[in-house]
Design a protein around this ligand. Structure first.
Ligand SMILES: Nc1ncnc2c1ncn2[C@@H]1O[C@H](COP(=O)(O)OP(=O)(O)O)[C@@H](O)[C@H]1O
Ligand SMILES: [Mg+2]
Length: 258
């Protein structure tokens, strides 16, 4: 059975896509079979993993709204063991288009059921919103990964996010569980970063990953080369931290499968 992760935070720019792409790539490099699903109309995960947007034919939109099998949208990445379901700007209307459809919250879950057996890990990157697309991801997922940026107002909006997770758990997906909170863009030189780490640890306790992702310029350069950090600069601090986070995710999976 696949371990299905939603990478969620309705704030933009907190490191969701960077985390989804790089955890997925590190898992694949470790030999695990991974499907990365881009569920953000901005399609940053799609381009960040090296897919050429102009050559994409079938996307997550077709699976969620077009009634096409998800299988048709799966494309291999340049990394062995890593497949991708791309997104495009088409998805921008999905939150509205979904409203009038039957089973509007569980369309991605249904679409996934026919392919999930092939993968050990399914990593879903969310848009910065808590609309129906993100609800679809939370309904399809088993585990939630919340990236939090080490910045002012780090915890702003978090209670709304937790309420949404709780609502989905109660109404749609009883096995949904917050797996980890990951602190991103940590700057060891600033007191602010240290304060945020403390504040988030006070709030989430054990759920906070011991791996804190530092602010690292190589991480911000990698997407423009269409490469995950482990291939762009394997020796960077960013690569080191995402390898560690992926190892932690693997241990988490081992614990859960007994
Ligand atoms: N640890 C980091 N160090 C430096 N830049 C980062 C780091 N994580 C993300 N970034 C950059 O910050 C921006 C926002 O990150 P992104 O992962 O796209 O956030 P989100 O998906 O939550 O909107 C991107 O330009 C990304 O390259
Ligand atoms: Mg993103």
């Amino acid at each position: 059975m696949a371990f299905k992760f939603a990478v969620v935070n309705q704030k933009g720019g907190v490191g969701k896509t960077t985390t989804a792409v790089n955890v997925a790539a590190c898992l694949a490099v470790a030999g695990e079979d991974v499907l990365l699903i881009d569920v953000d109309p901005q399609a940053n995960a799609t381009t960040g993993i090296g897919l050429d947007k102009s050559r994409i034919e079938t996307t997550v939109y077709d699976a969620i709204l077009g009634g096409r099998p998800l299988e048709e949208a799966i494309v291999p990445s340049a990394i062995p063991h890593l497949d991708v379901v791309p997104s495009t700007l088409d998805l921008a209307g999905a939150d509205i288009e979904l409203i009038s459809l039957i089973s509007r919250e569980s369309r991605l879950k249904s679409a996934l059921s026919s392919v999930e057996e092939r993968y050990r890990w399914i990593i879903m990157d969310c848009a910065p919103a808590l609309g129906l697309l993100t609800i679809n991801v939370l309904t399809a997922a088993r585990y939630v990964l919340i990236p939090i940026q080490c910045e002012y107002y780090a915890l702003e909006g978090i209670s709304q996010l937790l309420k949404t997770v709780e609502l989905v758990r109660r109404e749609l997906n009883p096995s949904l569980e917050i797996a980890r909170v990951v602190l991103t863009m940590f700057d060891y030189r600033t007191k602010l970063s240290q304060d945020v780490v403390r504040e988030v640890r006070d709030h989430f306790g054990e759920l906070v990953s011991p791996t804190v992702v530092p602010r690292n310029v190589r991480l911000s350069e990698a997407p423009s080369h269409g490469l995950p950090i482990v291939l762009y600069d394997a020796r960077s601090k960013g690569a080191e931290s995402y390898r560690r986070l992926a190892a932690e995710v693997i241990r988490f999976g081992q614990e859960r499968s007994g």
